[in-house]
Ligand binder design. Structure first.
Ligand code: PGA
Length: 242
């Protein structure tokens, strides 16, 4: 069985004392063997969690540039030196607040791939698009444009914008159907199958329902990943699907 990928996206929502507390409370042995747990801390804290057992490291973002004169940026090479196995790109918070286009997201994903880091490309529709009934075709186009030029299939994180941080998760049925649409769109582009994660108001109560869906290969968890016990319980809910 391919392990489910469960990523903690700490965003900029945690301080150093809370990172220490997370590490103190983290019990690596409680992560099921059929789950790959990843933690995406603010880049400044990558070195604080580098020795964590039972979880791998994920970047929250990356520069589209190579090493050079780019003040404030963090390159894929640097992330690789800090042992990030995966890197998020195209989170809707960045697409919206920093006007990141699909082309820029694809450029960032290519930088990660070139440094041996698996890109996790975030996509998702707005409430208006969902209500219009076009969500699946809009997201399929976003996925293809954001994966432009990649050699291998990326991981995709489907995060409907209206579900992020709202407490209103998509239903497993909506997510399952969207994941199937995303996989179908990418099957013509890449030989290997694509893993698609669901994100948006995932919590301890609903994680098992998502992980039980055939086309949901894992979860991207924001708010509910900030405490070790809650994130661990979410990882453990993979067992609920059996
Ligand atoms: P949330 O965030 O779980 O707090 O909704 C998810 C994300 O934005 O990755």
């Amino acid at each position: 069985m391919i392990p489910k990928l469960v990523i903690a996206n700490w965003k900029m929502a945690i301080d150093r004392a809370s990172v220490s507390q997370f590490l103190n409370e983290w019990e690596a042995s409680h992560i099921p063997s059929d789950v790959t747990a990843l933690i995406a801390p603010p880049a400044l804290f990558l070195s604080d969690i580098k020795d964590i057992t039972g979880a791998a490291l994920c970047a929250q973002d990356v520069s589209a540039h190579e090493l050079g004169a780019h003040t404030g940026e963090i390159s894929a090479q640097m992330l690789s030196e800090f042992n990030c196995s995966h890197g998020l790109v195209g989170h809707s918070e960045r697409r919206l607040a920093w006007n990141e286009s699909n082309a820029l997201v694809a450029a960032k994903a290519r930088r990660l791939e070139a440094s041996g880091i698996c890109p996790v490309i975030c996509v998702g529709e707005s409430k208006d698009v969902r209500d219009s009934g076009d969500a699946e075709s809009v997201v399929a186009k976003q996925v293809l444009a954001s994966a432009e030029g990649l050699v291998s299939a990326p991981v995709i994180a489907y995060e409907p914008i209206w579900a992020i941080g709202s407490g209103e998760a998509a239903t497993p049925k909506i997510a399952d159907s969207m994941h199937a649409a995303i996989k179908a769109a990418l099957s013509a582009r890449f030989d290997e199958p694509t893993s698609v994660l669901y994100g948006g108001s995932v919590n301890e109560a609903n994680a098992g329902d998502f992980l039980a869906c055939e086309s949901i290969d894992g979860l991207l968890v924001g708010g509910a990943s900030l405490k070790a016990a809650s994130f661990t319980n979410i990882c453990q809910s993979v067992g609920d699907r059996r």
